[in-house]
Design a protein around this ligand. Structure first.
Ligand SMILES: Nc1ncnc2c1ncn2[C@@H]1O[C@H](COP(=O)(O)OP(=O)(O)OP(=O)(O)O)[C@@H](O)[C@H]1O
Ligand SMILES: [Mg+2]
Length: 343
């Protein structure tokens, strides 16, 4: 399972809605960031498992105490269950790339974990505790930094990672980003879902739908600007499946992201050394699942016109950019960069 020098390097993107892992043995996987425990003995009998992770947990949610360990970009603190949820998620990701037995191979696993910038500030220690016993070397980095590493945008670039819980912005100056190079907004995919939910509810008060359905509708058709086609979905009204046109609601919800992200983008660029601002404006990189909103790159590029114009490009592989960057950092890191977790 290890490469030639006996160490397995792993890059992990720990996300609010999805987490991805990429390892030096060529394995690459993505899971939904959900962990659930059967609520009672009936659920336990049906599920035949003490804990479920990923899509499986999501699909069986009616039978589970379901947790999203990184809601709002923070590793939730307080309850045992939440800490255990993060641990189960990380264990699951490591098992997907072949790190099975906690006791033995952990001595040879080195992991770079990318977390939302906010979590980086709040709970590095918590993450360290969770990773103890799972890996022997650890490096915690901010998510946009690992994306920058993946797309080789380490100098004169601005990364905008629009995920589920947070939008993380980070200016790259050719060195490790500091606090002042980064910003975190709570306007991201989850926020769009909430807005969309309220808008549809206001327009179709009799329709019955859940936040999970709303997210699925959004992911199929999200856009800003001009609609390519009407967005039609089906939801029950008094039990009868009914077609709803949610084109305007979807546009409004998605467009709500543009002003806060554009404002923060412009603000960060204005703080760059004046001689490099033009280069950064020409090298804005959009990542994260919500970069899949059609027309978002154009809308942000439009906002750059106000400060002299520039170029906004979306990464090709928003699902794996973060963990691939983490893996590249792991293989490039010096011996002294690693935090040793083994006793
Ligand atoms: N095609 C799509 N169009 C619009 N939004 C999408 C699309 N696909 C996924 N999303 C949204 O992207 C978000 C997930 O993105 P991503 O996997 O980057 O987030 P995350 O890393 O889990 O979250 P965070 O970085 O905030 O911790 C969700 O809100 C999801 O609904
Ligand atoms: Mg993310």
């Amino acid at each position: 399972m290890t490469d030639t020098n006996g160490i397995l390097y792993v890059g992990i993107d720990l996300g609010t809605s999805r987490s991805a892992v990429s390892a030096s043995n060529g394995q690459r996987h993505v899971v939904d960031s959900y962990v659930g425990w059967p609520v009672d003995m009936v659920a336990r009998k049906i599920l035949k498992r003490s804990v479920l992770v990923g899509r499986e947990a999501l699909e069986n949610r009616s039978m589970l105490d379901l947790r999203r360990p990184l809601e709002r970009g923070l590793l939730k603190e307080g309850s045992e269950r939440d800490a255990e949820a993060v641990r189960q998620l990380l264990k699951h990701l490591l098992s997907l790339v072949g790190v099975e037995d906690e006791a033995k191979p952990s001595a040879r696993v080195r992991a770079v974990v990318g977390v939302p910038a906010e979590a980086l500030r709040v709970s590095k220690q918590q993450l360290r505790n969770v990773m103890k016993g799972l890996v022997d070397g650890l490096l915690i980095v901010s998510e946009p930094f690992s994306v920058a590493y993946a797309v080789d945008a380490l100098l004169h670039a601005l990364i905008i990672d629009i995920g589920a819980g947070t939008t993380d912005l980070c200016v790259m100056n050719g060195r490790y980003p500091t606090e002042s190079d980064q910003r975190t907004l709570l306007n991201a995919g989850d926020w769009v879902d909430e807005q969309l939910f309220k808008l549809i509810q206001a327009h179709h008060p009799e329709a019955n739908f859940s936040l999970f359905m709303v997210r699925e509708w959004k992911e199929k058709a999200a856009f800003v600007g001009k609609a390519k086609a009407p967005v039609l979905v089906t939801a029950p009204i008094k039990g009868k499946p009914t077609q709803l046109d949610i084109t305007e609601e979807l546009r409004t919800a998605c467009e709500g992201l543009v002003p806060p992200v554009a404002e923060t983008m412009v603000d960060l660029i204005a703080r760059v050394d004046p001689e490099y601002q033009e280069k950064v404006r020409g090298n804005v990189i959009l990542a994260g699942g919500s970069s899949g909103i059609a027309g978002l790159d154009k809308a942000l590029q439009e906002a750059l016109k106000e400060i002299g114009g520039g170029r906004v490009q979306a990464v090709k592989d928003p699902i794996f950019a973060g963990c691939d960057g983490g893996l590249a950092i792991a293989t490039d890191a010096d011996e002294s960069d690693w935090e040793k977790l083994s006793s």
